[in-house]
Design a protein around this ligand. Structure first.
Ligand SMILES: C=CCO[C@@H]1O[C@H](CO)[C@@H](O[C@@H]2O[C@H](CO)[C@H](O)[C@H](OCc3cn(-c4n[nH]c(N)n4)nn3)[C@H]2O)[C@H](O)[C@H]1NC(C)=O
Length: 134
């Protein structure tokens, strides 16, 4: 599926990002990347239906100067092939809060320490429907 890249964003700590998309049948994996650039990510959010050896698992990580940080796995997996999905993200200097469909929420450390998001990318098996900030 095609991806979408947003640059020159000015998303401050505390602002809530919404990413919406439709998950096609047969989906294996989709990604939401948030940060300063593709190589400097405050959050790599990878929903794995069946990818990289994981089944129905969310893998989160950070990336600094192109190098991956420590993975965090979330087994609450409320995504369904053939349905729409909306995920919310907020951040501060210490952590990133992710709110999944059905309102399950979890946090991962903000290993990057970034206080602000300028770059967003949504790619993989998701038909992008929108990104908004509130
Ligand atoms: C056990 C063997 C070594 O560990 C494995 O090492 C893999 C390679 O580093 C890990 O997968 C990477 O995990 C990264 C996050 O830590 C990224 O998810 C990386 O994929 C980057 C990526 C995926 N995508 C993508 N997904 N779908 C599409 N179309 N594009 N775009 N960029 C994945 O290839 C994978 O998560 C990791 N597994 C474990 C259990 O640690």
């Amino acid at each position: 599926m095609s991806g979408i890249i947003c640059t020159s964003l000015r998303i401050a700590p505390g602002q809530r990002i919404s990413v919406k998309g439709d998950v096609p049948t047969g989906a294996k994996s989709f990604v939401v990347n948030l940060g300063k650039s593709k190589d400097d990510l405050l959050l790599h959010f990878n929903a794995r239906f069946d990818a990289h050896g994981d089944i129905k698992t969310i893998v989160c990580n950070s990336k600094t100067k192109g190098k991956w940080g420590t993975e965090h796995r979330e087994t609450n997996f409320p995504f369904q092939e053939g349905s729409s999905a909306e995920v919310f993200f907020t951040h501060d200097k210490n952590e990133v809060t992710i709110t999944l469909p059905g309102n399950h929420q979890f946090k991962v450390p903000n290993a990057s320490g970034f206080e602000g998001i300028e770059f967003a990318c949504v790619e993989g098996d998701i038909v992008f429907k929108g990104l908004s900030v509130a």
